[in-house]
Design a protein around this ligand. Structure first.
Ligand code: ATP
Length: 464
C-alpha cells in the first residue's frame, strides 16, 4: 500500500543514501540517463529478476529460457524494421540546441495547461505533432521556440574489427526479443516443447533516449524481461491467450510484488500508436511519482517478426501442426517489461514516511527485501556478546539473506535497516548469554518479542 505519496526527490535521496542507486560516473559529473545499482540495489534487482524467472519460466511447463547476445548479426535489425522504424520524434530548442521528444513535450504542456481532454500525442503522427506544437506555440522547457519534429533512430551503433576501414557496423540490441525470434528453430528442435510455447529472456537493451530526469524509469542501458509466446492461430484463440497473459502480468505485479490495484491501470494503444503489424497492444501503467506511465507492454504481433526473418535470412521459420499435415509461421504474443521500471515501482510503492516514529521505511515484501534479517550484538565491546551474535549470524546467513551490524547504537541500527527494507532485526543481549533467547523486531510495527535463538529461522519462514 502506498501510504505516503512518494516524491521523486525523496526516492532519489533514499536510494542514494542507502546504496540502492548511484548516478553513473558521478565523480566525473555523471552521465545522462545512466545509473549504477549499489550493494542494496543489486540485491533488489536480483530478487525481482529471480521472481520473474521462477514465475514465468520455472513454474510453467509451456515456457523455456534463453540468453542471446547483445551484438547480433546486423541484418537482424534490418529484418525487424529497427534500422528504419525504431524512431522517436525529436524537436530541437532553437536557442540552446538541446533535444526533446516531441510527444513528451506535448504531454507535459497538456498536463500543465489542463488540456488533458485534447487529442493525446499517442494519437498524432509526426506531422500532427509538428502542427500541434506550432498551433499552441509550445516552447522548450527553457522557454525557447523549438524546431519541427524530426525522427531520430534509437539504436546505438558500434563496430566490430580493430582495423579502421575494415570495421563493420553492428548495433547494441534495442530489445531482447529479436534474439528469441532468430533462435526459434534452434529452440523448437532442441527441446521437447510443443506449440503453444513461450521463450523468455532477461538481458540488457540499449536505446539512445533523450528525455532526462525520470531516474531509472528511462535509461540508455536497461534490463528487459521479454517473452515471445508462439502459437498456431488456427487452433488457438488469440484473444484468450492475450487475456491470459494480461492476467498473468497483473497477478505478478499485485501478488508477487505487492502493488496496490489503485496504482495500476490498463491502457489500450490507439490505432495510430500501435505498430502496423500488431492486432492489439495494451500497456500496464503504474502511477509513478511523475504520473501514469508504461510499466509493462503486451502486444499481439501476429507472425510479422518470424515472417520478416524468414524472408531476410532465406531460412524456414515454419512449424508443423500437431498432425504434421500443415506448415505455418507461428504467431506471437509479447509481454515485455523493463526490470528497472519494476524496481522503481517497487521502491515508490513501498516507501513510507512514518511521521509518528520519525523514520522512513521501505515496506518491501520479504521476498524482495535485500536482507530478510539483520543481526546485532547489543554492545560491540563485549566479546561474549559478539561471539554469541556471530554464531547466530553464521547460522542464519546460510539459510536467508542476512546482514550484520555492530556500529553505533541500536536505535541507529534500526533506522538504517528500516530504510534498507529489512523486515526483521535480531538483537543479542545479556539475557541471551543466560537463557539463549533474543529479541526480534518487526520493521513495520517496531514491536519486539523474545524468542529462543534456535527458533529464529522458523519464525522468519513463518512470518515472511
Ligand atoms: P516508452 O514509450 O516509455 O519509451 P516503449 O513503448 O518504447 O516505452 P517498449 O518498446 O514497449 O517500450 O519496451 C518494452 C518495455 O521495456 C517497456 O514497457 C519498459 O518497461 C521497458 N523500457 C523501454 N524503454 C526503456 C528505457 N529506456 N529504460 C528502461 N526501461 C525501458
Amino acid at each position: 500500500m502506498q501510504i505516503t505519496p512518494t516524491t521523486l526527490d525523496s526516492l532519489v535521496s533514499l536510494t542514494k543514501r542507502r546504496g540502492f542507486v548511484f548516478q553513473t560516473s558521478s565523480i566525473y559529473g555523471g552521465l545522462a540517463n545512466s545509473y549504477d545499482y549499489g550493494p542494496l540495489g543489486v540485491e533488489l534487482l536480483r530478487n525481482i529478476k529471480n521472481l520473474w524467472w521462477q514465475t514465468f519460466i520455472h513454474q510453467r511447463e509451456d515456457m523455456v529460457g534463453l540468453d542471446s547476445q547483445i551484438l547480433l548479426h546486423p541484418k537482424t535489425w534490418v529484418a525487424s524494421g529497427h534500422t528504419t522504424a525504431f524512431n522517436d520524434p525529436l524537436v530541437e530548442d532553437l536557442v540552446t540546441q538541446k533535444r526533446y521528444r516531441a510527444d513528451h513535450l506535448i504531454e507535459e504542456w497538456q498536463e500543465k495547461n489542463n488540456q488533458t481532454s485534447e487529442t493525446k500525442p499517442e494519437e498524432m503522427n509526426v506531422a500532427g505533432m509538428g502542427s500541434y506544437i506550432e498551433k499552441h506555440k509550445i516552447p522548450s522547457p527553457d522557454g525557447n521556440p523549438v524546431s519541427p519534429p524530426k525522427v531520430f533512430n534509437l539504436l546505438f551503433e558500434t563496430s566490430i574489427g580493430a582495423v579502421s576501414g575494415e570495421k563493420s557496423v553492428v548495433y547494441l540490441r534495442g530489445e531482447t526479443a529479436q534474439g528469441i525470434f532468430t533462435n526459434f528453430t534452434n529452440i523448437k528442435n532442441s527441446t521437447r516443447i510443443q506449440l503453444p510455447f513461450g521463450v523468455g529472456q532477461i538481458g540488457k537493451s540499449f536505446r539512445n533516449e533523450v528525455t532526462t530526469g525520470q531516474f531509472v524509469f528511462r535509461t540508455l542501458e536497461f534490463e528487459q524481461a521479454e517473452i515471445e509466446y508462439f502459437f498456431d492461430p488456427e487452433t488457438e484463440d488469440w484473444q484468450k491467450l492475450f487475456e491470459d497473459w494480461k492476467q498473468a502480468m497483473w497477478t505478478f505485479v499485485t501478488k508477487t510484488l505487492g502493488i496496490s490495484e489503485e496504482n495500476l491501470r490498463w491502457r489500450r494503444h490507439t490505432d495510430t500508436e500501435r505498430s502496423h503489424y500488431s492486432k492489439d497492444t495494451y500497456d500496464l501503467d503504474y502511477k509513478f511519482p511523475f504520473g501514469w506511465k508504461e510499466l509493462w507492454g503486451v502486444a499481439y504481433r501476429t507472425n510479422y517478426d518470424l515472417t520478416q526473418h524468414q524472408t531476410h535470412s532465406g531460412e524456414s521459420l515454419e512449424a508443423a501442426d500437431a498432425e504434421n499435415t500443415r506448415r505455418f509461421i507461428p504467431h506471437v504474443i509479447e509481454p515485455a517489461v523493463g526490470i528497472n521500471r519494476l524496481f522503481m515501482m517497487v521502491l515508490a510503492e513501498h516507501y513510507w514516511e512514518d511521521s509518528e516514529k520519525s523514520r522512513t521505511v521501505l515496506r518491501l515484501p520479504a521476498q524482495l527485501a535485500p536482507y530478510t534479517v539483520a543481526v546485532f550484538p547489543l554492545a560491540r565491546n563485549k566479546p561474549e556478546l559478539i561471539a554469541a551474535a556471530k554464531a547466530i549470524y553464521k547460522q542464519l546467513v546460510m539459510e536467508v539473506p542476512t546482514t550484520w551490524d555492530d556500529r553505533s547504537n541500536i536505535g541507529k541500527r534500526y533506522l538504517y535497516q528500516d530504510e534498507a527494507g529489512t523486515p526483521y532485526c535480531v538483537t543479542v543481549d545479556y539475557q541471551t548469554l543466560e537463557d539463549n533467547t533474543v529479541t526480534i523486531r518487526n520493521r513495520d510495527t517496531t514491536e519486539q518479542i523474545r524468542i529462543a535463538s534456535d527458533q529464529i529461522l522458523k519464525y522468519l519462514k513463518k512470518n515472511s
